[in-house]
Design a protein around this ligand. Structure first.
Ligand SMILES: Cc1cc2nc3c(=O)[nH]c(=O)nc-3n(C[C@H](O)[C@H](O)[C@H](O)COP(=O)(O)OP(=O)(O)OC[C@H]3O[C@@H](n4cnc5c(N)ncnc54)[C@H](O)[C@@H]3O)c2cc1C
Length: 393
């Protein structure tokens, strides 16, 4: 008889897991807390070559699936004066032609969910998991509307504030605030050539007061993000949209960067939202329940790897379920393959984010040393190769 899986969370991890589980012979069903069509928070993100290669193993062609995105194989780091400090590969083109892509978060979700639906995987919206019950024959998810769904396996893909993680780890941990806000925007149409960076290169700059990133989209517009440092998390209604725009303009005033001009040219500004990661989560699984994606190991947005780690988890889970008939053994195998890697990526993301909050002295040291450090690191090969060249065996 086919085994059934309840997947809680219809984000990147949950959707790719549902597809991977179907490939592994399971019958999955997805349950997403939001209503269908609800706006996704976030502006845009990168899916790196390691995440794209994992998707290919499911027969998904990133060029087709993520047609709304565009290639960004390089990253240029600058200081507040606009001076280039370093250039780093962001991934690609890999031998299979894959190149790291940048895509609006909402388009990424839509593309993945459309693919799941195309494969006949049911997605129930407006179903927020609140708890779970276990029995010898299965596991049952309980939803806020009083309904339930049972299966052989429950996949906890319910994100940073996972209820399933809390059920497996009643003593925590809780997400850690990273001391940075995040916001993004899109210019209203094409910008003058002087404001448009070279295609395919994600520009990032340590402004005097905040970090800024910007990239040219194929239609001539520019997508950007800002990371203002903030000691404590922001509340939901701390700024009006006009107040937030003014705050951003103030933060980048005086920097020799296109930040202020791009913010002025944008009608659509998303955020701010707080940034978090998750320290080590002790329990990832029991005999019939397993955590994946941000529910298990949220990484700082500064790593550029949150989506890719979610995809790698989901594909690895499918692999383990296919190769081991015994559920507890398959889940143990999954954890064994994933835990060390994701924890290293979480630590890497935290280190990357901490360079964005350096004070004036730290910033001067960073700007002076970074070109040298990068040159030394590059002599030994690409310092990010361990992340980008990972392939799921
Ligand atoms: C602003 C921003 C920028 C980012 N930039 C990047 C980047 O450049 N590169 C990158 O790789 N990653 C980036 N990330 C991170 C990336 O979006 C996440 O790491 C990735 O989406 C993790 O996927 P996930 O499916 O685990 O979690 P999520 O995408 O958060 O999905 C979880 C889903 O579960 C649903 N849910 C929550 N609770 C319940 C419940 N109780 N019951 C049912 N459903 C529930 C949520 O509605 C959501 O749809 C960024 C994140 C943010 C917020």
């Amino acid at each position: 008889m086919t085994k059934t899986a309840v997947v809680a969370g219809g984000g990147i991890a949950g959707t790719v897991a549902a597809i991977a589980l179907q490939d592994a012979g399971y019958t999955p069903a997805m349950y997403e807390a939001r209503e269908r069509g609800a706006d996704e928070r976030g502006a845009f993100l990168t899916v790196a070559v390691n995440g794209l290669a994992a998707l290919r193993t499911l027969g998904l062609d990133p060029a087709v699936l993520f047609a709304a995105g565009f290639p960004t194989p390089m990253l240029a780091l600058r200081n507040a004066a606009g001076r280039r400090l370093a250039e780093l590969p962001l991934g690609g083109p890999a031998p299979d032609g894959t190149t790291t892509i940048t895509i609006r978060r909402a388009d990424l979700y839509l593309a993945l969910r459309a693919e799941a639906e195309r494969r006949g995987i049911p997605i129930a919206y407006g179903r927020r998991l609140t708890g779970l019950t276990r029995s010898p024959g299965g596991v049952t998810a309980v939803f806020a509307d009083g309904t339930t769904a049972g299966g052989d396996l429950l996949v906890g893909a319910d994100g940073l504030h996972s209820r399933i993680r809390a059920a497996l780890n009643p003593a925590g941990p809780a997400p850690r605030y990273l001391g940075l806000l995040n916001a993004g925007g899109f210019t209203a149409g094409p910008v003058p050539a002087a404001l448009r960076p070279e295609p395919g290169v994600m520009q990032m700059a340590f402004g005097k007061r905040a970090f800024f990133g910007w990239v040219a989209a194929p239609d001539g517009s520019v997508w950007w993000f800002a990371n203002p440092p903030r000691r404590r998390p922001a509340g939901p209604d701390e700024w009006t949209p006009a107040g937030w725009r003014a705050e951003l303009l103030e933060l980048f005033a005086g920097d020799a960067l296109p930040a202020a001009a791009l913010i002025r040219a944008s009608e659509e500004i998303v955020g701010p939202w707080n940034t978090w990661d998750l320290p080590r989560v002790p329990v990832w699984r029991d005999d019939r329940t397993v955590l994946i994606g941000d529910a298990a190991h949220a990484v700082s947005p500064s790593s550029g790897q949150g989506a890719s780690m979610a995809v790698e988890d989901a594909v690895t889970l499918g692999r383990c379920l296919r190769s081991r008939a015994e559920l507890p053994a398959a889940l143990a195998d999954y954890e064994q393959r994933r835990r060390d890697r994701v924890q290293k990526v979480v630590a890497y993301g935290r280190r990357s984010g901490s360079t964005k909050t350096a004070g004036p002295v730290g910033a001067a040291v960073r700007d002076a040393l970074m070109p040298l450090v990068m040159r030394l690191l590059h002599r030994r090969g690409d310092p990010q190769a361990w992340i980008l060249e990972h392939r799921i065996g």
